[in-house]
Design a protein around this ligand. Structure first.
Ligand SMILES: Cc1ncc(COP(=O)(O)O)c(C=O)c1O
Length: 403
């Protein structure tokens, strides 16, 4: 395959308002870290997206704009071609944020005191949103297998579901553990949800970032019945590094579910989105295929670099095998540090700003999440820093053992 795109370097983001950089002092107590936490990429948003945005700016009026049908149609076509799920135009709703859509779903499909299933460790807004709505969190932790991968704990889920259980928040692919759920796994979840009338909010925001031979299976594509109980959140904010456009969408094919969802959605005024995002999204869906294929090759190379590095320190750190997302889930339990000490090691010894595993739930204790969606140049800096810190750490622990 020839390379059309170059991911070797990226534009500097220091001194911009990039969250990843701007919040370093607040989160890590210093600006002296390479930030590899929040899930966007240190890779330039593709030109074919930026060009369409510039073109739109040639018109001097930026008034209210409905999401053009063509945006949803481009998205529907992409979802069908890339992921084998069929949505109709009337199924699609605009959203400025997946997390906001999740909050709408919690309010629309549950009442105070109802239980919402969350599979930890998981992206923190999953459990924060449930708690903030004063719903009961039904924690169904993922099962950590001997090979370091995760799967659903169906027996645990079966034993916990009761008549107050109304909603399951599915993370598919899963942030932070990097799993791309297989059909058989999803079908087990589906069976339980159908049996107990549980609605599924399927957050599929990472669905394009999946590495062969793995393939994303949209929950709504499992069967007709699955489609009727599923609200799917999708978008290309992660895929083409355009989270700052604040746009995604929600597919709600079943009429009654959609009416319930819309009641809350309209009450909190999701409005129409913004004109620049519309242009950006349509361009990404229409022109992004080749860029994405090359990006995934690049990302997987970064993952392999990280993996090679971790393999040099097998007693200290293990990198969870990855199937999707650009988030490396590091099992650092071998280092024997408490969570606070582990965070300090990465900040002060390695000069890196990672997400702490415990922030994804108690099951993340001893883990750290490293966002490896970086240019090659930045990835080399990150691995060099980490290698040096781990070498020093190993030397120091060997010395301590001798003393
Ligand atoms: C699984 C998952 N869902 C949602 C989001 C955030 O989406 P949004 O910015 O559209 O709320 C993220 C961002 O990291 C994520 O990883």
């Amino acid at each position: 395959m020839t390379n059309n795109y170059d991911f070797s370097t990226s534009s500097p983001r220091e001194n911009t308002n990039a969250e990843k950089y701007a919040l370093r002092e607040k989160l890590f107590g210093t600006n002296n870290v390479i930030p590899v936490w929040v899930a966007d990429m240190d890779i330039d948003t593709p030109d074919f997206v930026l060009e369409e945005v510039k073109k739109r700016l040639e018109h001097p009026i930026i008034g209210y704009e409905e999401v053009p049908k063509s945006v949803f149609l481009a998205q529907i076509e992409w979802m069908e071609r890339e992921h084998g799920v069929e949505f109709a135009l009337e199924d699609m709703l605009y959203s400025h944020s997946v997390v906001a859509s999740m909050n709408v779903a919690i309010e629309a499909f549950t009442q105070m005191g109802d239980k919402v299933i969350v599979q930890t460790p998981v992206y923190p807004p999953f459990f924060h949103s449930v708690k903030e709505h004063e719903r009961e969190l039904l924690k169904n932790p993922l099962k950590l297998m001997d090979d370091g991968t995760y799967t659903f704990d169906i027996e645990d889920l079966k034993s916990k579901i009761d008549e107050r259980t109304k909603l399951l928040l599915l993370c598919s692919p899963h942030n932070p553990v990097g799993r791309v759920w297989r059909r058989e796994e999803l079908e087990q979840i589906l069976e339980l949800c159908l049996e107990h009338n549980i609605v599924v909010f399927s957050d599929e925001i990472h669905s394009d970032l999946v590495y062969a031979p793995h393939a994303h299976i949209p929950f709504a594509s499992l069967s007709k019945a699955a489609k009727c109980i599923t609200v799917t959140a999708i978008g290309v904010g992660k895929t083409f590094n355009m989270a700052g456009f604040a746009m995604s969408s929600v597919a709600v094919p079943e009429r009654e579910l959609r009416e319930k969802f819309l009641k809350v959605y309209n009450r909190v005024h999701f409005a129409q989105g913004n004109v620049l995002s519309h242009a950006a999204f349509e361009a990404a869906y229409k022109e992004g295929k080749v860029w994405l294929e090359e990006l995934k090759i690049h990302l997987y190379k970064n993952f392999s670099m990280l993996d090679e590095l971790c393999k040099k320190f097998p007693h200290l750190i293990k990198l969870t095998p990855i199937e999707g997302t650009y988030l490396g889930w590091l099992d650092c339990r071998g280092m024997g540090l408490r969570d606070k000490e582990l965070r300090e090691f990465f900040v002060h010894e390695a000069g890196l700003g990672l997400s702490a595993g415990v922030s994804f739930g108690r099951e993340g204790s001893g883990f750290m999440r490293l966002n490896f969606a970086l240019s090659s140049a930045k990835m080399s800096q990150v691995t060099e820093k980490l290698q040096r810190a781990l070498q020093n750490y190993r030397k120091k622990s060997d010395r301590d053992k001798l003393e």
